[in-house]
Design a protein around this ligand. Structure first.
Ligand SMILES: *[C@@H]1O[C@H](CO)[C@@H](O)[C@H](O)[C@H]1NC(C)=O
Ligand SMILES: *[C@@H]1O[C@H](CO)[C@@H](O)[C@H](O)[C@H]1NC(C)=O
Length: 515
């Protein structure tokens, strides 16, 4: 009893702002107001397993809250009570559609499809999870045990708060309990103020482990700091309020060997160099006869480039380099996109399987290869990029040649922040970064600067594409090549100004260093 005197057993749970009282709607699968006792027992067992700490004695499930908190989703259609002409129009009914049956029914091997989807989802989760997402509960070294991070609630949904000791204060939600423990007095459940008290500490702790939080103010992608404590102790933790991110998984067939045509699309942009483009296509077809090639074309006098597995998209004249990359990448339907310049050509060293392999086996988003010049010189153009905080004037951008470290299991590959313009990336990630379409002629590193913080990048020196020609004596150039050079390599005042604007204004840098 001495112990009980020291602790404060009356815990106060309240919301800081006066919010509208939320009215519970019953959404449990039973559809009625009371649960058969068997089902209740089942639910309680579920909660006790989930919470790990709760035994079942003296506990009565508060079913409407428990169902909400347990994340058991199902799709149920409204019952049709009567049928009249236009009744659906007057009283819109909720329809339900079973996707698993509908899709899997027509597959020859549904189990294989399920396994494939599970694998793709698991690698998606691996790529999107960091230690900062995990749940951490601070153990009760003070009278308070509470989660320090990792509490997430979907907008307007309910969760059971992990940890066991709470007195909470919230602005964006309400508290309740998933089950009522005998011997605890509860006041103001589902309101802005809730008080829990009991003369018995262990009973109170049991009740506290069943406290739920419901988000009531709709504002996806936010968080709130929940204040909690007893009379003597105060502390905070954060609850993230966010929708679940919908993954983008590619159903590219599941084989032992990589099927490049099913996994990869080539994307390129052409301007004045149809001869080179045809050489590129012919060289690709030697090794990958059915891979799709997407061509963005902003020529003034476009020529059709036809053939199987070729898609040519025409753009207004001179839209430029990054606009073309955007267009080409936007049309890709495969898991990976391979960027190639129109004057590259494939050889037996252009092994796309190696790029697919590293992307499949790691959490990397993009992998660059190497480009071999006519002289035999091979370039990987690896760079590191960093941004330093610079206060009100803007930040400092630093670009250096080099890389960070090698990748275990892939001795020819290193991690870098920017790579050469021959790279394979996860299509959805490349799209997420995008290419600033204002950058028409001089742009490459800008994509990687935008990708900093979004992309995890590697560079592999053993996947090599050849460069048709770059260093050519001026008098040996054709008229078209001269015209191309004029567009591509002239760097006038206007270009300079755009470059400065993008770096100063768009990216908010005050200065940059590069190598
Ligand atoms: C508190 O409740 C538990 C059961 O929940 C019981 O075992 C214990 O004896 C009670 N303690 C006191 C001091 O009443
Ligand atoms: C590879 O993928 C393509 C495109 O999806 C498909 O047409 C082809 O049948 C696949 N090849 C094999 C061997 O599965």
């Amino acid at each position: 009893m001495l112990y009980l005197h020291k602790k404060t057993l009356g815990l106060l749970i309240c919301t800081g702002l006066g919010l509208t009282v939320y009215v519970w709607k019953h959404v449990g699968p039973s559809g009625g107001n009371s649960l058969p006792s068997q089902e209740e027992a089942h639910l309680l067992q579920w909660i006790s397993q989930y919470q790990n700490t709760v035994d079942e004695s003296g506990v009565r499930v508060k079913e409407e809250i428990a169902w909400l908190a347990l994340n058991v989703c199902s799709c149920i259609a409204d019952k049709e009570s009567f049928r009249l002409p236009f009744s659906n129009w007057i009283f819109p009914r909720v329809n339900a559609h079973n996707l698993d049956n509908a899709f899997l029914e027509s597959r020859s091997d549904p189990e294989k499809v399920k396994v494939h989807r599970a694998q793709e989802y698991s690698s998606f989760q691996k790529r999107s999870y960091t230690a900062a997402n995990g749940l951490i509960v601070a153990e009760a070294n003070s009278p308070l045990q509470y989660p320090t991070q990792g509490v997430v609630v979907r907008p307007l949904k309910t969760i059971i708060l992990p940890g066991s000791d709470h007195s909470l204060n919230t602005a964006l939600g309400t508290f309740d309990v998933a089950a009522i423990v005998e011997g605890v007095s509860l006041k103001g459940e589902n309101e802005n103020h809730m008080t829990l008290s009991s003369p018995n500490l262990s009973t109170l702790n049991k009740q506290l482990s069943l406290v739920t939080y419901t988000n009531t103010v709709f504002h996806p992608r936010t968080a709130e700091n929940v204040e909690f404590g007893t009379e003597d102790h105060r502390s905070f933790f954060t609850i993230k309020i966010q929708h679940k991110r919908t993954p983008k998984l590619y159903n590219s067939g599941h084989q032992g060997e990589y099927n490049i045509s099913a996994l990869v699309t080539l994307a390129t942009k052409t301007f004045l160099r149809y001869d080179k483009l045809r050489d590129l296509i012919n060289s690709v077809r030697k090794y990958y006869p059915t891979v799709t090639i997407v061509i963005a074309d902003d020529n003034q006098h476009p020529q059709p480039v036809t053939g199987p597995y070729i898609e040519q998209y025409f753009m207004p004249f001179g839209k430029g380099w990054f606009a073309g990359r955007n267009l080409a990448v936007s049309q890709v339907t495969t898991k990976y996109v391979l960027w190639v310049d129109d004057d590259f050509y494939f050889t037996s060293n252009t092994k796309l399987e190696k790029m697919v392999d590293i992307l499949e086996k790691t959490t990397l988003d993009l992998v660059g290869g190497a480009v071999r010049e006519v002289t035999g010189y091979t370039a990987t153009y690896r760079h590191t990029i960093s941004v330093e905080d610079g206060g009100e004037e803007g930040d400092c951008l630093h670009i250096r040649t080099g890389h960070h470290h090698t990748i275990q299991g892939f001795p020819n590959c290193v991690v870098a922040d920017a790579v050469i313009n021959f790279f394979m990336g996860r299509t959805d990630k490349v799209r997420e970064v995008g290419f600033n379409p204002r950058l028409a002629r001089h742009a490459h590193l800008e994509f990687f600067i935008d990708g900093l913080g979004l992309l995890h990048i590697a560079s592999c020196s053993d996947v090599i594409v050849n460069h048709a020609s770059k260093i050519k004596l001026p008098w040996a150039k054709t008229d078209t090549e001269k015209k191309y050079d004029k567009f591509r390599y002239s760097f006038n005042t206007e270009d300079n100004e755009l470059f400065n604007e993008v770096f100063y204004f768009t990216d908010r840098f005050k200065c940059m260093t590069s190598q």
